[in-house]
Design a protein around this ligand. Structure first.
Ligand SMILES: *Cc1c(COP(=O)(O)O)cnc(C)c1O
Length: 403
């Protein structure tokens, strides 16, 4: 008998769970889009987006998803024939590099495989091999959502500086902003992209690009930029329609305004990071224990390089696919598919899954997802070590406060 009735839990890495308060904030008539309340909300959202990125620089808001934000970032920085250095640690870094190439930028790729972060020493060497400083920017994915690797942004910045190279550092924080610690100013990112539907707990549909004054200089020469994607009117609007290149995404703004208030004013950004870190440790503890007796392993071996928002893992002999199916039909939990870990359609593709612990998640949601996974492994006779849930509970107990 299926036990899936009840509130479903979509534990995939985006769209993440949206707070009821965010949904409720959107449940209202559209405001006047020319003046009044909308101006205040747009200005407050832009200012809070800078706060959540710990950025004193500029931000442009697009009606787009992450792919749109990627293209916006490329269009504003590059001219046709420019060079970029793309650091690839999984599928998302790869697609950003491919978008760049498709737009006429020559991309040199450094591929670090599917199980490791970008190595700053290789970045430094690649930049030293460019004495004429033709590489205009380095593209880095903070958390690659496919592999769940977390890259060290500050270390890559240090590598660029050590090479004495003027390249801009562009960072994709779509899967990490509002989950993992990220400090745009302190870590020296020139451009950062994110989207609404992951750590920011808002429906898919808004993409964001933050940019420094140095990136703004590059923008003045970029010939790829078109009027709609140009970040300047959006970041420095004189009239409210310029924020959005036309009609405001009114309801997304209501939702995002509420979500940013929850993150910044109520829970606090550092607490948000700590909550994600604790829940991530619970997931890792369960998998490590299950893996003692089963063909089960986390994708990233070193905890220091693991994302706090999503965990990619392998359960051999197609176990990942069978477990995902069981969770969805029997327990009301949807886990993420493996992405880019094996050729689609091959038997190995059924060995990978991802568990999201991103955004509006708390201990009972993550422990509940893990408990249903253990139930599914029992039901499907997937071999696994005993005590995974106790280990996860202990990680939560260590991370939780006192009553
Ligand atoms: C989700 C994601 C994207 C793509 O975002 P879409 O909104 O699906 O276009 C890009 N990069 C990373 C790291 C992501 O997690």
């Amino acid at each position: 008998m299926s036990l899936a009735q009840g509130r479903p839990y979509l534990a995939i890495p985006g769209p993440s769970t949206m707070p009821d308060r965010v949904l409720a904030a959107m449940h209202r008539p559209a405001p006047n889009i020319y003046e009044g309340e909308i101006e205040e909300i747009a200005a407050r959202v832009a200012s809070n987006l800078r706060r959540v990125a710990l950025s004193s620089s500029h931000v442009a808001i697009y009606i787009a998803n992450g792919h749109g934000a990627w293209e916006a970032s490329i269009a504003n920085v590059f001219s046709r024939g420019d060079k970029a250095l793309g650091l690839v640690t999984g599928r998302f870094g790869n697609i950003w590099a491919l978008s760049c190439a498709a737009m006429g930028v020559e991309v040199e790729r450094l591929d670090f495989g599917l199980k490791a972060p970008a190595d700053p020493a290789r970045v430094e060497a690649a930049l030293r091999a460019d004495p004429r400083h033709e590489i205009k920017a380095v593209l880095l994915t903070h958390v690659d959502t496919a592999t769940s690797v977390r890259n060290d942004v500050a270390a890559v910045r240090a590598a660029i500086d050590a090479a004495g190279h003027p390249a801009l550092l562009m960072v994709d924080c779509i899967a990490s902003l509002g989950c993992d610690e990220f400090r745009m100013d302190d870590w020296g990112a020139d451009v950062m992209v994110a989207a609404s539907q992951k750590g920011l707990m808002t429906p898919p549909g808004l993409g964001f690009v933050w940019f420094s004054d140095r990136a703004l200089e590059a923008n003045r020469k970029a010939d790829l930029v078109t009027p709609y994607w140009n970040w300047q009117p959006r970041a420095f609007p004189e009239l409210v329609y310029q924020y959005f290149g036309g009609t405001s995404p009114t309801h997304h703004l209501f939702g995002l305004d509420e979500a940013l208030k929850m993150i910044l004013e109520e829970e606090g950004l550092e607490h948000v990071w700590t909550r994600h870190a604790t829940l991530a440790r619970a997931v890792w503890a369960a998998f490590e224990t299950w893996g003692k007796e089963g063909d089960i392993a986390l994708n990233i071996a070193d905890p220091a390089h693991r994302a706090h928002s999503v965990t990619a893992a392998r359960i051999g002999a197609g176990g990942a696919q069978r477990l995902r199916g069981w969770l969805e039909t029997q327990a009301g939990v949807t886990l993420g598919i493996g992405l880019g870990m094996a050729e689609p359609g091959t038997p190995e593709a059924g060995d990978f899954l991802r568990v999201a612990h991103m955004g509006h998640v708390n201990a009972h949601m993550t422990l509940g997802a893990l408990a249903t996974m253990e139930a599914g492994m029992q039901a499907l006779a997937i071999p696994h070590g005993q005590g995974g849930l106790a280990a996860a509970a202990a990680a939560v107990a260590r991370g939780a406060g006192q009553a």
